[in-house]
Design a binder for this molecule. Sequence first.
Ligand code: ZN
Length: 849
Amino acid sequence: MKDASPQTIYLSDYTPFGWQVADVHLTVKLAPKATRVVSRIHFQPNPNAPAQDFFLHGEELKLIHAAIDGTEVTPELTPQGLRCDVPSGPFLWETEVEIAPAENTALEGLYMSNGMYCTQCEAEGFRKITYYPDRPDVMATFTVRIEGDTPVKLSNGNPTDSGEGWAEWHDPWPKPAYLFALVAGDLVNHPGAFTTMSGKEVELNIWVRPGDEGKCAFGMEALKASMTWDEEVYGREYDLDIFNIVAVDDFNMGAMENKGLNIFNSSCVLASPETSTDANFERIEAIIAHEYFHNWTGNRITCRDWFQLCLKEGLTVYRDSQFTSDMRSAEVKRISDVIDLRARQFPEDQGPLSHPVRPESFQEINNFYTATVYEKGAEVIGMLKRLVGDEAYAKALDLYFERHDGDAATIEDWLRVFEDATGRDLTQFQRWYSQSGTPHLSVSEDYADGTFTLTFKQETPPTPGQPDKAPQVLPIAVGLLNPNGDEVVPTTVLEMTDAEQSFRFEGLSAKPVASILRGFSAPVVLDRETSAEEKRFLLAHDTDAFNRWEASRDLARGCLFDMVTEGAGPDTAWIDALEQVIRDGDLDPAFRALMLALPTQSELAQMLHAKGITPDPDAIHAAAETLRNAMAERWSSLLPELMAATRVTDRYSPDAKQSGKRALGNAVLSLQTRLDGGKAAQAQFDAADNMTMQLSALSCLISAGAEDAALAAFEQQWKDDRLVMDKWFALQVAATKPETAAPRAEALTKRPDFDWKNPNRFRAVMGSLAMNHAGFHAKDGSGYRLLAEWLIKLDGKNPQTAARMCSVFQTWTRYDAGRQALMKAELERIAAKPDLSRDVSEMVGRLLS
Ligand code: ZN
């Protein structure tokens, strides 16, 4: 049953639940179409809550019976749950419900994936398993008995007992229902072990389908590295006897941090050199770390309500990025994070879906697992750390764990910890959590008598529901170079708090060149009028790797802008300046590979739009092509040299050193393909013995229009590997020419192996279509139409994944009237679908408002 009219939930309406749960006993009798869930729950009145009806969440449940203290009761049932008269003191609540995991295509609650039972309860999936106060501030210990004939049966906590056809688990740590998990199936484990800092032995397992055992070793090493890192850097030790990870093929998101039983999208844990790219390996390492780190930031300290989602997600993303920086290159990680932030969070924050890091209302919480909550949430923590310093940050975190262990906490709690640990007033800083939108920071410079003055202005454009903005606290990291390229003022963090503010540097012997917003010290748009010459100077001399990269990126943006708006030619001065960096063998190849990438076409569209010019996706695409061709031609002798210099002859390893070389070599290969039509790419494809080299070569062949043989060979080789075939589906749409993107995507949807109910496969095709900027925005509207049709179809089966993908329309008001009308019509068509889910309905409503 669906909601007739979706309700809006407000942060300001928060009230505690009227009862506390002492403990939960569940018995789950598994059967694909008729699983029985028996619950026994001890409730007692909550002395800190206002009087209220006894209401338990429950959706799509068949109630078999309910009892209070052993006496049968008849609750009032609604589509959202049940209401019942209850005694005024403590009581034992018992119910039995029936559910059908085999029919659950939404992948929320208990469902089946390839014959295996699994659960997903965040955010509000537990209510599809049994009646319960399904809210994060109700925490309880769980005892779970699983009955069924599958060989493996897992739940949270520690195993306590088992026998023929049953197993019991007990989780001693009180937790909210969203961290509940159950897995049962024919699974095999890759075992491991870890000794914690206090000497406790922990059993580790990665559980997979038979046949995937060979793809677990890397994940296991990443898990152990994460456990060590959290002990060394945050002093956090693991707290159960066993830690299980399970790989599941059908999963809406990347992975889930259920207590002691993390469940992963198989694409985020299974890895082998033959089937996974270097980027896959790095992502797997980061996600394993992320979910493991949640054990403290999320599980031991959870969120009071879903508005506080960034409390656990922003912090955990921040922690996993610190981990990756320590495991690999901090500079490369920072640049990659900013690329990602600009590609995903900036468009969100600058369009109709803009919302604060801590939203104040929602209809469907699933729609707020966003780049703003996660990535901007992590940026906010990075700023906090920059402002208070590393030592004070460590002190504040210790206090956070000490004060709030076992709590369901809020952002106010989090900030108070920093205030108490540092003596700082964070009232103004709090705006980073409540104000949406990306601040624009402009700067002017003045030099006289040895004094250099930087004057900054900040302004945040209006966003939905927030027409007027107040100034925010901006940590602006600045360094000064003198004209011969030496650094005269090392990185200094300026703390801007006003709308307009000046900072002075004295005692300089000549006008310096300023390197501003080093390390991207605040998530803002920096508007800076500097000459191309000064940017080339920073590209050559800046000691800050991020700003070196940014100087080049800026030059590339400027060049593409001029090409699109004035018909200018490629900026050969930039290409030559960049060549010096690319040739520099002392620089990390991974860094050089990042330097070779152009700004994305979507980023350019945003830049044009911000300057009052309507972006033409075809013109942007053409300019990028012309510029790439010019780079290739100008470097025609350099490219083969670099390909030779980056060749890896050692046995494959996904480490930073080797993967950096391959990244540079493959960036070069894509330029080389423009000169030889795919000859070098074909040779690389034929010789490849790992997925990184094979897939990069295939990508080049597709861009060159020379892919037929390679595509067929790839399919023949990998047709039985679902995860590799996802790459095959995705690449054809992402790398093809704009005019063939939508037709190819459509043709792929007609294949029998386009298993669209699998979120990975759906995203492989439809997500890639949206990534092909000029292809998605084809003038005839074919890209929009295809996507809308499929979103309508998917909404009936999996609203969460359908709703997430609606965000590809979030930039629709940027484009010309013709495209706008086409996109609006598709959004309206989606909105008009009968029985539209609450998830998609909220997204489309916000997009159209
Ligand atoms: Zn997370």
